[in-house]
Design a protein around this ligand. Sequence first.
Ligand code: OOB
Length: 551
Amino acid sequence: MTARRAPATTPGLHAPTWPLRFAQHYRAAGHWRGETFGGMLRDRAAAHPDRTALVDPAPTRRTWTYRELDERADRLAAGFLARGIGKGDRVVLQLPNVGEFVEVVFALFRIGALPVYALPAHRDTEIGYFCSFTEATAYVVPDVHAGFDHRVLASKVRARTPSLRHVFVVGDPGEHTALSDVPCDPTAPLTGPEPQEIAFLQLSGGTTGVPKLIPRTHDDYLYSLRGSNEICGVDEDTRFLVVLPAAHNFPMSSPGWLGALYAGGTAVLCPEPAPQTAFPLIERERITMTGLVPPLALVWTQAATEHPHDLSSLDVVLVGGAKFSSEAARRLAPALGCRLQQVFGMAEGLVNYTRLEDDPETVVTTQGRPISPDDEVRIVDDADRDVPEGAFGHLLTRGPYTIRGYWRAPEHNATAFTDDGFYRTGDIVRRTPTGHLVVEGRAKDQINRGGEKIAPEEVENIVLGHPAVHDVSVVAVADPFLGERTLAYVILRADAEPLRPADLKRYVRERGVAAYKVPDRVAFVDAFPQTGIGKVSKQGLRSTAATAEQH
Ligand code: OOB
């Protein structure tokens, strides 16, 4: 191994971390301040115990002051400890936007156990993988959410995952343990994790057969919160509405519910993102800020003209997760009566924002610039050479809150990062003279379905399991609302019984995957276009799809 190679995996971290020289610099620059999330909540509760930290408005309105949230986290942490959940243990957390989500996260932070943030849409395939890959000790679920009984899923996963000793349920526990039975009086003070240790595992959008896990430390994530708060003007008067799933990096930290709590503001949980639910909440809770993905931003923009509600408290709306077209961006602020910030971020780290002081044209036509002066951004050609200033290229990045490697993934890390530690984002961008980035496309094999990321390989592997399928290739097709949706090109076996697209979609759904991964369209073909060296040409398939759409 040469000196230039990525740093070795630190024992206990299961992932490469920042080389000492970088860590020292990030500390000296004041980015990493030696804080932990557990300590942060403790400090805020001491500074303003009676301020409202959290509101869960549904089905009956519940609120938590900072003191209550702090005490609740302590009691829940004590209960988890009493059940044998300890420092470094992984806990798969799959809760919708409910107050218990925040309680559990802070309880785990206090112990130094790591939440693994599953999304409510995940099903057997994904949850089973997260539990077995992380050797999770516990899995936290709602009883029934959006018509789906998570207790049944939990029983199935538990039966085949030896490490999984506990299932905690918010609501009626069935055969499992009610989360409400867990809290108990703390018996000993908690020692908690160190600031440089991993706080949680976030999910990557993914380009491979299975999602990768992203280890974020207390130090690095807290820095991204502090930076985000400054850029977005988050303070103790901020009332942030969590519209997207609370587990996703964007509503969590850009600036998100954690940003609001860091600043001493209030996080209000929105049970679902439709304007019929969100607008009355904005009015009632005097919401000042929220974050949306582009398709939702379009729906809200339209709805604001049709269903008049008092949205006058709304000051800033952040839009990101997928490219927001400049035409749509132009319409948002006037319709909602707020300011717009575009955000181009990734769970791996780097987050870019347009600034509140940027001129309106920059806000609608760019995806912002990095949080930190120490975010290093390179835009390179296929051979990793810097492109001329202003030209398109692959975005590589390295910095004080961008990971140096995925968790337990040494082989993948070898290609996902350069030898000197830059993360290969897979995004194609250009930089404007003001340093703002414009996202022009994507080189990674990933589909961005309105902000929900799909790894074609993961869906292809499922479709290939169907006995009638000889081969499959999943590609993105342009969609005016979602930006992209999925199309599965399928070659059937010569001797296969006839199959309808609906049969194949049902097959994928029945394998137990998040609904957004079920192909929007299935097209049967005789052969795939090939590249010069005989691989399936995804580019060729995308152009076939585009041509077919025009006719
Ligand atoms: C956010 O995080 P992820 O990890 O779900 O997805 C990251 C990827 C980026 O690499 C890029 O391909 C795409 O999502 N993306 C955008 C975008 N924001 C994200 N593409 C175009 N324009 C944008 N504004 O999606 C995420 C994390 C933190 C904050 C915001 C978004």
